[in-house]
Design a protein around this ligand. Sequence first.
Ligand SMILES: Cc1ncc(COP(=O)(O)O)c(C=O)c1O
Length: 417
Amino acid sequence: MSVRHPLIVAAEPAEIAAKPQPPAPIWWQGGSLACGPRGLTIGGAAVVDWVAQHQTPLYIYDRARIDEHLHTLRTALTQTGKQFSIYYAIKANRFEPLLAHLRHTGLVGIDACSPREVQLALDAGFTADQISVTASALADRDLAAFVRHGAHCNLDSADGVRRYARLAPAGTAIGLRLDPETQLGYGDATKLNYSGGKLGLAVEDLMEVAQLAQSLGLVVDTLHLHLGWGIRSNDVDAMGQALGQIADFARQLPTVTVLNVGGGLGGRLQPDDHPLPPAQWAALLAAAFADLPITIACEPGTLLVSHAGLLVTQVTSTFVKKGQHWAGVDAGLGVNVYAAHYAAPLSVIHVERPLQGAVHRWHIAGHINEAADVMARNVQAGDCQNGDLLAFFPAGAYGSSMASDHCLRGQFSELLV
Ligand SMILES: Cc1ncc(COP(=O)(O)O)c(C=O)c1O
């Protein structure tokens, strides 16, 4: 084999003339994540330093980024000219330091969907009047707990209203949740479809259930609508229609003072995604509710925390099978179900060499003994070797909060930085 000495390789004139160009930023750069001399950083600190102090799999959340997202949302809602209340969807991430931080801002309440979530919110210092419950398949013991704590409930069946009325004092205010009857948001997976299933009252039933609630001594002060997950820019027509419908109901129900539009906003999961920007979302709300003297409530989970978080794992094994390159990591669907359950794409970033291209495309195998446990496919995550660190992004929402101990593989560390 002949080896050419680099000093005597003749460069083409065009190469000599070309100035070195900085590499184009990757779509996830900016925000929480950047690339420094020691690899990937989150919130300005090198991820390798956090890993030196904490065991992988390790979730890292960037507090400053959460604050930025909250600021963006508040700015958008202010533009509506309406009063507004933000209830953080605690189901997205219930890491206690994160809850304590949100509590400390004094800018949000909590959207809870179970008695234990309500209790956790109270333990974090939120007061009962800052907690809104929107939940499903509620038992009498769940309803009794909500009444005991004094949290406001959005109900979505005549049966739930009847049972709640037996437990709650006369004059208790409730909300009614409406089925949006339109599928919008990220992807086409039925798991992310919030219409036509178990959630929310059918449009044709809402007025009857409102009358039932009133006849039982409850006051319907809220109408609620959760449209979907990852609402996109091209969802505006469907969204406008659904908002128009809830506004019509509010015009017919004089006791309604709050329109709760749920969650659903988020960021990009892939470079060519077009999520609906909060300002545009707020403009749709302002248009749909223009004539109504109501407060807008919302329940963001993903928007506030998703892109503030990262899951760091270590490569434990590498192998080639039928020409396909696989890297196994020390995490799986027990710690993060995004890919396996929702088929939602996670970006994979080589922590030590985030900008290095890869010779091969890699599939990333989770460590749960299930065929579905593949964290990502066909990624260019540098050239993986055993012991390397791979980060999954975004991982601040529905990661740790959905962890299970399947195969006794549910352990992880968590940090707010
Ligand atoms: C009723 C309700 N509100 C709010 C949320 C939070 O949604 P997101 O994380 O999309 O903001 C959800 C998510 O499932 C929900 O079901």
